[in-house]
Each structure stands twice: as structure tokens, then as C-alpha cells.
Design a protein around this ligand. Structure first.
Ligand SMILES: [Zn+2]
Length: 368
């Protein structure tokens, strides 16, 4: 309607102007001045709405530009917010060196990145549960409860694979237990005590087959002295070079830390760490207490030497504390972490059933 009015006004103006030109040639000066006045009035009549329209369009354009700028700023801020919720996980299986770096115990030490990683880390509402399986020996003709057949161990890896459960490294375990972050997948930490030869013979080939990670706890004097039945330094280095296994401390002599003096504890923890740090060019940070043995000073000494996690032996009692057969969690104390004991008959189905409540808790605990 407005557009139509404008068009007719314009036509009218054109007609009048034409008429005034005719008058100029044949009419009086008075009539010319009169026409000028008329034209001028006419111009004013037509230019008022024109100017208003231009002002209105200008205002609309200005508001549109403001809206575009505001929404762009909003999008950038929202993107930054999302980025902070996605913390990249450097794949534990890519390089051996990925396990050589120690993990900060504070969330501020984490690298926050927006790049899309294979395994994004998510923020969680409260502490995470980390199921830790405790193994000793995997080999055929299993003589007692501490021995698991390679078939049963493989059934566990198959079950973890089909249930899409991620096997964390010790570095990742530290992050999961000391921050409210976790990899997006369900989690488990496979741990092997004592560094026996059958780890190299049976466990390592299966970890390679399924591309899964485990941690082996080494009694360092057995390596130094080439004690038969235990892995050699060359074997440990070979395994570590794949990035599938990281090696942590089980003390120098499999010492009973619960009765050892502070000096003896310090030597066991310090020297085993120094050996592994040097052999594997890493910062050893997990102590698995031999038979779960520890006393009130153990965690203080370990922490002072650079350890950040201490693992118990389920069912054993030390320092008035009986280690439970449950998942590890921060509130239990980072130097008194529980583990699930495995037995000769621990198959994949047994493991999945055992940790199902922990995984359900973690799913509800994740902020999505
Ligand atoms: Zn042991």
C-alpha cells in the first residue's frame, strides 16, 4: 500500500514539473515563481516520507548487523564453553612415550582442546568408579587361585572388546581417580603383580591381539638379578615399546611395607622407582604394595617420592583396613585403592557381571 502511494506521488511530481517547464517558455515570471514555490512544496511533501523510509531501512539494517554481531559473539562463547567439556585423550595405544609422562593431580594440569579425538574425555558430576582387576599369573595348567588359564584370560579380553570397555593406562587411571573427568567409554584397569615370565609369554601376545592396555608391577631386584621365572630388562623394554603396557613399582624386594622402618620403606619405594624411571625413561608413579602391605607412613613416604596412587590387595587387612573387592574411587584415598581379585575361573562373563554396577554408576555420573 505504501509502495503504491509512493509511486503515484512520484508520477504526480513528474507531471507538475513538466507543466512548469512549459510555463517557463510561454508564461510570466510570477507564474514561474509560483510554480517554483509549488514545486518546492511538492518536493517537501514527497521527500518527508522518503527520508523516513530511508531512516527506517537504515535502522533495520543497523539492528540486523547488531543481531549478527551479537549472535556471532554468543556462538563463540558457547563454543568455548563446549570446548571446556571436551578434553582430549591422547590415545594410550599410539606411542610408548605417551605413558612416560606423569599426570598432574589437579584438573588445572589437564590439556583442554577442542580437537576431535578418538576418545574424548567428559566431565563428571562426582568422583568416578574405576574397576581394577588384579592378576598374578596367566598360564596353562593353573595350579592355584592366583593362576588363570590363557583361555579364560582371553575370554575376558573378548568380553571387554564386545562390551566396548576401554582399558586404561596408569596415567589415565591417575586422571580418572584424581579429577572429575573420564574417557567417554566404559573403563577398566588391568593390573598384573610381580612381573612373572608368563606375562611376556601369554598376556603380552593377547594384549597385542586385542590392542588392549595393562599395567605390570615389577619387583625390580628380580630384573636386576635376572631371577628365573621373572621378565628380563630386555623383555620389559620390548613390551613397553609397544605402548600397550606400562610398568610400575612393586618395590625392590617384594618387601612387607607394613613392618618395614621408614628408612627401609623409603629405599624400597625410591630405588624401585629410580630403576624403572631409568630403564624406561619415565616417571614411575604407582606403587602396588606387595601383598597389599602398608602402614600409616607408607602413603606419606610414597607421595613425597613422586607416587600418586597406591594399590591394595583385596581381602587382606593392614593398618586396620581390610581391602574390599570393589571398584577404586577417590574417596577411598588415592593410596588405598581397592581392586577386584581374579581367580582361576574368572571368565569374561564373570568380569562383565562384576563391574556392571560400576559402569552403570559412571554412565549416570557423566555430564552429557
Ligand atoms: Zn606381589
Amino acid at each position: 500500500m505504501k509502495r503504491k502511494n509512493k509511486k503515484s506521488q512520484s508520477k504526480f511530481y513528474h507531471k507538475k514539473f513538466h507543466k512548469s517547464s512549459t510555463t517557463l517558455h510561454g508564461g510570466s515570471e510570477h507564474s514561474l515563481n509560483a510554480m517554483d514555490e509549488k514545486e518546492s512544496k511538492m518536493y517537501l511533501v514527497s521527500s518527508g516520507p522518503e527520508r523516513n523510509r530511508k531512516t527506517l531501512i537504515g535502522c533495520i539494517l543497523f539492528i540486523l548487523i547488531l543481531l549478527i554481531i551479537a549472535s556471532s559473539i554468543g556462538f563463540v562463547i558457547f563454543s568455548k564453553f563446549l570446548d571446556q567439556r571436551v578434553i582430549t585423550l591422547k590415545s594410550s595405544k599410539s606411542t610408548s612415550s605417551s605413558h612416560s609422562n606423569s599426570v598432574g593431580s589437579s584438573i588445572t594440569n589437564l590439556t583442554i582442546s577442542s580437537s576431535t579425538a578418538e576418545s574424548p574425555w567428559l566431565i563428571t558430576k562426582a568422583e568416578n568408579y574405576l574397576p581394577i582387576l588384579m592378576y598374578h599369573n596367566v598360564q596353562p595348567n593353573t595350579p592355584d587361585g592366583n593362576f588363570v588359564s590363557p583361555e579364560n584370560f582371553e575370554s575376558v579380553l573378548q568380553a571387554l572388546q564386545s562390551s566396548e570397555i576401554y582399558t586404561v593406562s596408569s596415567d589415565e587411571a591417575s586422571k580418572v581417580l584424581s579429577t572429575n573427568t573420564k574417557p567417554a567409554q566404559k573403563l577398566i584397569w588391568l593390573t598384573f603383580d610381580d612381573g612373572t615370565q608368563n606375562f611376556y609369554d601369554y598376556v603380552f601376545p593377547l594384549l597385542k591381539k586385542y590392542n588392549m592396555h595393562a599395567t605390570s608391577f615389577i619387583i625390580t631386584n628380580n630384573v636386576v638379578n635376572n631371577v628365573p621365572g621373572f621378565m628380563t630388562a630386555a623383555e620389559i623394554k620390548e613390551i613397553a615399546s609397544t605402548g600397550l603396557v606400562d610398568f610400575q613399582s612393586h618395590t625392590v624386594n617384594h618387601a612387607d611395607l607394613s613392618v618395614a622402618s621408614d628408612n627401609r620403606q623409603t629405599a624400597e619405594l625410591r630405588d624401585s622407582k629410580a630403576y624403572l624411571d631409568s630403564l624406561l625413561n619415565q616417571k614411575t608413579h604407582v606403587i602396588c604394595y606387595p601383598s597389599g602391605s602398608h602402614n600409616p607412613n607408607t602413603s606419606v613416604i610414597a607421595s613425597g617420592l613422586g607416587y600418586d596412587l597406591g594399590l591394595l590387595d583385596p581381602g587382606r587387612t593392614y593398618d586396620g583396613l581390610t581391602a574390599k573387592n570393589v571398584a577404586a574411587k577417590t574417596s577411598d584415598g588415592l593410596f588405598t585403592l581397592n581392586r577386584y581379585r581374579t581367580f582361576t575361573n574368572t571368565t569374561g562373563k564373570v568380569v562383565i557381571d562384576m563391574i556392571s554396577a560400576d559402569e552403570a554408576y559412571n554412565v549416570l555420573n557423566t555430564l552429557n
